[in-house]
Design a protein around this ligand. Structure first.
Ligand code: PSV
Ligand code: MN
Ligand code: MN
Length: 387
């Protein structure tokens, strides 16, 4: 077996947390409030910093604007630094206002398009104020009925809007463009798939990259193929990791299908895209509706680490030899050997070596943080929909 030591790669890995995962969230049927949830973006960062404290690999937090509105972003940036974290991607939210009922950048009304553009320009200012490098664009734009609007005209409006946004970015910034095949629109979504996202990115320039949200595909889609394809052309900008059983469920990554997560991370490792600086931002996009949020984020980070560790244990030489020899069963066995390895002792060793508790969930529970904030904080905010 010729596998390099996985510990250095695991030690260098980072995972970005979503601010909204720490706020109250739910389905369209009910939002269950939890005690101690953050009342503002400052407290969301404090909770995210707990995840980093016990895992050591979650040093950035994505913000969603306007869910995370504050008066002074330089102050929020300082607050993050004091907590040992930094601001990650800025998500431009152009789906909450009544004005956006028929879309944002694709809306047939130029006034609404202008409003959506101006919001993105404000998000770019916030990137400058917070030191964020990624503008993450996900649009809820789409159609519910055939004939409702002109499909091609909407693509032209989209291309025009994205070009204006891209031109406003600094050379240190990236535009990362997310796709989703349905919801909230049910007949046609304006950026439904990786191909549409990639076409727009290619037209924009080399700092435009695709975001792959694992929950945004039809059931049965081979997501690792998309990962491999985007890596080939250097346009995989980021993941929004989560799990789905049926639709865009936003459950904990690795909970529904840990084997899929392994297959994705296997493509990442095979293409040497795990390295910091490889251009792929590993983010979570999840909501914890019935489970406690901070431990759920800790568990999610650990699930990504476990899948990564298994991918790093794939014997690449043996795999290539079996593939070259056309040995189907051997090639599959090499992959499955890695997947079936219990990597928990390895990750415990990693954490101990970093001065962390080998069991982050237990260490967090022992800290008493959850009980403390439940006593201190009254009136936590809702993550988004309806907020
Ligand atoms: C849309 O479903 C999405 O995945 C986008 O990333 C949004 O920004 C996010 O959810 C909000 O949770
Ligand atoms: Mn997402
Ligand atoms: Mn989603």
């Amino acid at each position: 077996m010729t596998v390099p030591d996985p510990l250095p790669a695991l030690a260098a890995q980072t995972i970005e947390l979503p601010s909204w995962a720490f706020a109250n969230s739910g389905t369209r049927f009910k939002v269950f409030g939890q005690p101690g949830v953050p009342r503002d973006p400052y407290e969301k960062l404090a909770d995210a910093a707990q995840v980093h404290r016990y895992t050591g690999v979650a040093p950035r937090v994505s913000l969603h604007i306007p869910w995370d509105l504050v008066d002074d972003y330089a102050d929020l940036r300082r607050h993050a630094a004091e907590l040992g974290v930094s601001i990650g991607a800025i998500n431009s939210n152009v789906f909450q206002d009544d004005d956006y009922m028929l879309g944002s950048l694709c809306n047939p009304d130029p006034r609404v398009r202008r409003k959506a553009l101006d919001h993105h320009l404000r998000c770019i200012e916030i990137m400058r104020e917070t030191g964020s490098q990624d503008l993450k664009v996900w649009l809820a734009d789409g159609l519910n009925y055939p004939g409702q609007d002109d499909l091609r005209a909407r693509q032209e409006r989209l291309a025009e809007g994205l070009a204006e946004i891209y031109a406003a970015l600094g050379p240190e910034h990236r535009l990362i463009l997310e796709y989703k095949f349905f919801e909230p629109a049910f007949y046609a979504t304006d950026i439904p798939d990786w191909g549409t996202s990639l076409l727009h990115c290619l037209a924009l320039g080399e700092r435009a990259m695709v975001v792959l949200d694992t929950g945004h595909h039809a059931p049965g889609t081979n997501i690792e193929f998309i990962v491999a394809q985007l890596l080939r052309v250097g346009r995989l900008g980021a993941f929004d990791f989560n799990s789905r059983f049926y639709a865009d469920d936003d459950l904990m990554v690795g909970a529904a299908d840990p084997f899929q997560l392994f297959r994705i991370m296997n493509e990442i490792v095979a293409a040497d895209a795990l390295r910091p600086g490889s251009g792929v931002n590993f983010m979570l996009d999840q909501c914890h509706n019935i489970e406690p949020k901070i431990p759920a984020q800790i568990r999610s980070v650990m699930n990504v680490q476990e899948a990564t560790a298994k991918a790093l244990l794939v014997d690449r030489d043996a795999l290539r030899a079996a593939q070259t020899a056309g040995d189907v069963l051997r090639a599959n066995a090499v992959l499955m050997d890695a997947y079936n390895t219990d990597v928990r002792p390895l990750l415990a060793e990693l954490r101990t070596g970093q001065g962390l508790d080998p069991d982050p969930v237990a260490a967090y529970a022992r800290s008493g943080y959850g009980e403390r904030v439940a006593a201190e904080r009254v009136g936590g905010v809702q993550a988004g929909w309806g907020a």
